[in-house]
Design a protein around this ligand. Structure first.
Ligand SMILES: [Zn+2]
Length: 243
């Protein structure tokens, strides 16, 4: 059982006086919904801080008012419109070179400023590219817009600004379109826990708007196992980046 193997690994780390850092990124928020309420209740019940990647174009005061009472929530910039400009069969991408670079950077600037104004206390100058894809030429422009960090999916590579990635995506986008089986997710988690020395922060990626029962159930299991485990620290992305 992968879940038990994760628990055994964490117990061993605790015995050795070691800790592993987790962070949670949830994508695509625009407006308050019952699914968002469920995510906020679940994370606050376990005191897990979360970074919401908000799509700037259509969002507004309603989401800002909902999140104002959630001290554990921070807001990052999720592109501008979450529209793909890639020409099939290329994979979906908003932040590619399929249109003039200036069009892309102007929109990112608008998104940065809109969310900074909506979230004076909770804004993070972090870009989360839609579909976790961004052209290197656009990455090079991010510091000039004001971004100090970037978050995509997979192991961190070098970049001209701080990178804090997600590593375990709980959704099965290509198969069931629901949550991946919990055993498979615990196995992925174990490969990160056991794989690298020194251990880097592990990012968990969620999409509350499309969670099915399996996705919610895995999150519940993950938080139950880790939130108060002596070897685990759930931390804010900003706190990890400033360390
Ligand atoms: Zn997205």
């Amino acid at each position: 059982m992968s879940r038990n193997a994760v628990k055994d690994h964490l117990d061993r780390l605790a015995d050795e006086g070691r800790t592993v850092t987790f962070w949670l990124r949830d994508d695509d928020a625009v407006t308050p919904t019952p699914a968002l309420d469920r995510l906020l209740m679940l994370t606050s019940a376990h005191e897990v801080p979360l970074t919401l990647a908000v799509i700037p174009e259509e969002t507004g005061e309603a989401l800002a008012r909902r999140l104002a009472s959630v001290p554990l929530a921070r807001v990052a910039v999720h592109g501008w419109s979450h529209r793909s400009y890639a020409v099939p069969p290329a994979k979906k991408q908003e932040l590619g070179l399929d249109r003039p670079l200036e069009s892309v950077t102007d929109e990112l600037q608008a998104g940065f400023e809109k969310l900074r104004e909506l979230y004076p206390a909770q804004f993070l100058p972090m870009l989360v590219p839609p579909w976790n894809r961004i052209a290197p030429a656009i990455v090079d422009r991010l510091p000039a817009i004001g971004f100090t960090s970037l978050s995509v999916f997979g192991r961190e590579k070098s970049a001209p600004l701080a990178l804090l990635n997600t590593h375990v995506d709980i959704m099965d986008w290509h198969g069931s379109h629901g949550g991946k089986p919990a055993e498979a997710l615990f196995a992925e988690l174990l490969s990160y826990l056991a794989g690298e020395e020194p251990m880097r922060p592990i990012g968990i990626l969620t999409h509350h708007l499309v969670h099915d029962a399996a996705a919610w159930d895995f999150l519940e299991q993950l938080f139950a196992l880790t939130a108060s485990h002596p070897a685990c620290r759930w931390r804010h992305s900003a706190e990890i980046l400033s360390a």
